[in-house]
Every structure is written in structure tokens, then in C-alpha cells.
Design a binder for this molecule. Structure first.
Ligand SMILES: NC(=O)c1ccc[n+]([C@@H]2O[C@H](COP(=O)([O-])OP(=O)(O)OC[C@H]3O[C@@H](n4cnc5c(N)ncnc54)[C@H](OP(=O)(O)O)[C@@H]3O)[C@@H](O)[C@H]2O)c1
Length: 298
């Protein structure tokens, strides 16, 4: 099976590359913007194509002969209108996959409802809709995940830094919003198994482990780290102030911090049981085990 992996220099793509390389029956091809970013001990076991989803010719070349293509890209770090860039990127990718007769696109986006979605999440939803818009020509398997717990993930680093640095936290009132975090180990397993799934339909698959509020998430993380923390939700904390606070206390950029804070307002819980139906053998890490695994791999 020839597999094209985009986003291989990103958080999820990097992890998935390692997992795909474990399977010797896969011919792995990476599509990256800058080849120098791929410092890989397995370089002889993969092909690297340089390009961008905004360069149609580079996409055409990279997708030649590919059976399954992973789309693990977003434009949030780019200058300009990231929503429009995300739309264009997804359209170019879909068109190039159809032209190259790729059989399946696998995409990971975010959990949440359109009506209450932040700008960032809305753009992730639009990307999934575009990639799924030609089911008669190509199949798309669209995963949706909320907070991903793993060492190096922005959300986990925020949880870890806040819990370790602040015995008492004044938080926005949205910490009562429900969420369903998932271990990065499980996310990678779903993405990996999706390439072999025996169905030709388009699918939307929501993935998440235990349901809890953001407040519980922080308090439970503090207990797992052996710390006692107090959270006081107050109504006056504005999104801007909360984002600056995260910028000050955690290693994430202002752009990521404000996207995450905006995202706190809407519930990120699963809306279908397709994960259980199509992947009955994947057993999910509990929140406790996900945090422990992330701390162990620091
Ligand atoms: N991380 C999470 O906690 C999380 C949670 C839920 C869902 N997701 C979803 O998972 C997917 C991947 O997220 P991530 O966290 O792995 O992102 P990330 O770490 O920011 O990586 C983004 C990747 O996209 C590449 N890229 C951006 N624009 C490109 C373009 N025009 N052409 C080619 N490559 C381009 C980047 O390449 P460069 O290295 O060249 O910049 C990078 O490899 C996203 O759809 C995201 O919504 C992530």
C-alpha cells in the first residue's frame, strides 16, 4: 500500500509517521513544505516530496500512485485569513486526490458543533466538509477529536504548566464546559487502523475517552501529579485576558492560546458511536493513564 502523509512535521503527523514506519508492507511518502525539517533515521525507508497544498503541481507529483492519503494540515500559523487558506488547501488536496485516483483520504479535525464553534473549529469543520464532498469519486474518513493528551501537545502542555505553577487558579466561568479528552496513543491507533478499514462509505468518526468538565480535567491532572490545587471560576475574566495569562504561564504562542480559550466556550463531546462500531478492538486509555503516559514520555 502506498501511503501519502501530509503534516509529517506537525504534532500528529510526526507521531503517525513513526507508527506507519513500523509496518513493512507500507511504502511511505511524506509531503512536506521543507525537507530540511525531516531529520529522520529512517530516511532510506521513505520518500520525501517537497511542496505545499497551495502548489497544485507539487500535489500532483506527490499523489501519483498513492492509495491512501492522510490530511493532517491546518493554516492557523499562517499570515492572513486562515479560514480562506484552509478552504483552498482542502479543495486543492481533494481535487488532486481525485485526479490521482487515490482511494481514501483520512483526515483528523476537531470535536464540536457548528452552531457554537470557535473560528478555528469552524474552519476544521469546513475542511472536513470539503474533503468529504465528492463521495462518488473518493472516500473520506473524517475523525474528530477534542483535547489530545500527549507530551508536546499544546493542550497538554497548558494543563501541565498551569497545574504545576499555580496552587490557586482564577479561571473563566467556561471551565464548566464539557469535554472528552483522548490520549495521543489512541488517536494515532485510530488513524493507523483507518487505512485498512473495510468499508467504502464516507465516515465521520468522533473519538474521545471519559467525559468531564475543563475544571475536572485540571483538578484530576493535579491529583495525578500529586498536587492539591484550587480553582475559582469568575465571570469577569475576558477571553483576551485569559489568553495573555496562558501566554505568560505556559509555553504556547498567543495565537494558539487565544484559539484554545475561544474553544473553551463550546462543548467538545462525541456525537456518534462510530469509533466503537468500526474499531471495536481499540481500548481507550482512561484520563489518568493518558496523563501518566504523557508525563512518562517527557
Ligand atoms: N494537536 C491537537 O491537540 C489536535 C487536537 C484535535 C485535532 N487536531 C487536528 O489534527 C490535525 C493536525 O494537527 P497538528 O496539531 O498535528 O498540527 P501542527 O502540529 O500545527 O502541524 C501542522 C502541519 O501542517 C503542515 N502544513 C501547514 N500548511 C501546509 C501546507 N499549505 N502544505 C503542506 N503542509 C502544510 C505543517 O508544516 P510545516 O512544518 O512546514 O509548518 C505541519 O506539518 C489538524 O487538523 C488538527 O485540527 C489536533
Amino acid at each position: 500500500m502506498k501511503v501519502l502523509l501530509t503534516g509529517a512535521t506537525g504534532y500528529i503527523g510526526k507521531g503517525l509517521k513513526e507508527r506507519l514506519l513500523e509496518d513493512e508492507n507500507i511504502q511511505l511518502r511524506l509531503f512536506v513544505r521543507n525537507e530540511k525539517k525531516v531529520r529522520d533515521k529512517y530516511r532510506d525507508r521513505l520518500e520525501i516530496f517537497e511542496g505545499s497544498t497551495f502548489n497544485k503541481e507539487s500535489l500532483r507529483k506527490a499523489l501519483e500512485g498513492v492509495n491512501v492519503a492522510y490530511y493532517l494540515i491546518h493554516s492557523m500559523g499562517a499570515k492572513g485569513d486562515f479560514e480562506e487558506l484552509d478552504r483552498l488547501s482542502a479543495r486543492n488536496f481533494l481535487d488532486a486526490c481525485i485526479a490521482a485516483k487515490v482511494q481514501r483520504i483520512i483526515y483528523l479535525g476537531g470535536l464540536g458543533r457548528k452552531e457554537t464553534a470557535s473560528k478555528h473549529l469552524l474552519s476544521r469543520i469546513e475542511t472536513g466538509e470539503i474533503l468529504s464532498s465528492w463521495p462518488e469519486s473518493i472516500q473520506t474518513i473524517w475523525f474528530r477529536a477534542g483535547i489530545i493528551i500527549g507530551s508536546g501537545s499544546a493542550s497538554f502542555e497548558i494543563i501541565r504548566n498551569l497545574v504545576q505553577k499555580l496552587p490557586l487558579m482564577i479561571t473563566p466561568r467556561w471551565v464548566r464546559t464539557k469535554t472528552q479528552p483522548i490520549s495521543v496513543v489512541n488517536v494515532l491507533e485510530y488513524l493507523l487502523q483507518a487505512k485498512d478499514l473495510d468499508t467504502e462509505k464516507n465516515l465521520v468518526i468522533d473519538i474521545g475517552s471519559e467525559e468531564m468538565s475543563f475544571k475536572e480535567m485540571l483538578l484530576r491532572a493535579s491529583r495525578i501529579m500529586g498536587l492539591t490545587r484550587i480553582l475559582i471560576p469568575v465571570p469577569l475574566l475576558s477571553p483576551k485576558l485569559s489568553s495573555y495569562w496562558l501566554l505568560l504561564m505556559t509555553p504556547v504562542s498567543y495565537r494558539i492560546a487565544s484559539a484554545l480559550v475561544e474553544g473553551l466556550k463550546s462543548e467538545t463531546v462525541i456525537q456518534n458511536d462510530n469509533a466503537k462500531r468500526y474499531f471495536p478492538r481499540i481500548s481507550l486509555f482512561s484520563y489518568r493513564d493518558a496523563i501518566k503516559a504523557a508525563l512518562d514520555s517527557l
